[in-house]
Design a protein around this ligand. Sequence first.
Ligand code: C5P
Length: 254
Amino acid sequence: MSDDSRPSPPATPAAARTAAVIPAAGRGVRLGPGAPKALRALGGTPMLIHAVRAMAASRAVSLVVVVAPPDGAAEVKSLLDAHALPERTDFLVVPGGQTRQESVKLGLDALPPGYDIVLVHDAARPLVPVDTVDAVIEAVREGAPAVVPALPLADTVKQVEPAATPGEPEPVVATPERALLRAVQTPQGFDRATLVRAHETVTGEVTDDAGMVEQLGLTVVAVPGHEEAFKVTRPLDLVLAEAVLARRRLNDGF
Ligand code: C5P
């Protein structure tokens, strides 16, 4: 059963100082042709609105910065205006960049002073439960400079020598011990100064923000993730997301 409807714990004074940055500027080509991924509907509501609500569901989050497709900031602003969002949370929309990393940096640049904890949450993970959001914030409050929600892997993972042509057989070069591996989700939580420093100093392609903090030589900690925090990447993920929403509606009905 989904636990997303439970209220998050009451905010401490420090709680008011948490902001969430939502990179939503990707095209989502793996999902097939159509609107930018974040604007596709799930249960009749754009995926981005679900993601914004998931962050705002935490009483600790008082600002959500949405990083929109570069040419879509006005459209995203009107979307946010058109959907009911908690009154206690402020919203900002900024245009994004060419890469996820660039988009997150643009979101961070737009953060007003006074927010000491920053969450970075993919618009493509619309269904993350509030308990997961709160667990990440709590671990940052307890002193971790960077926190990731993570799950053990169901599949064994192989490292390969990638083939020049997709679909060609690829030599396997290693099998990392599965018990030591985790699949990492968002929101990832950060001490703001640490994340800003990471984005200012780390160059090169990274696939998550915590990886940049690792490159600073700091310890990143993992807290339990949630199966409903999966990333909507391929068409089948949309089917799963609709099923999760349908189950929540059913459970909410009782
Ligand atoms: O492409 P991927 O699924 O890894 O994207 C993760 C998140 O980063 C998505 O929410 C997407 O909208 C966002 N993104 C972005 N700017 C880009 C590329 C991706 O905000 N240029």
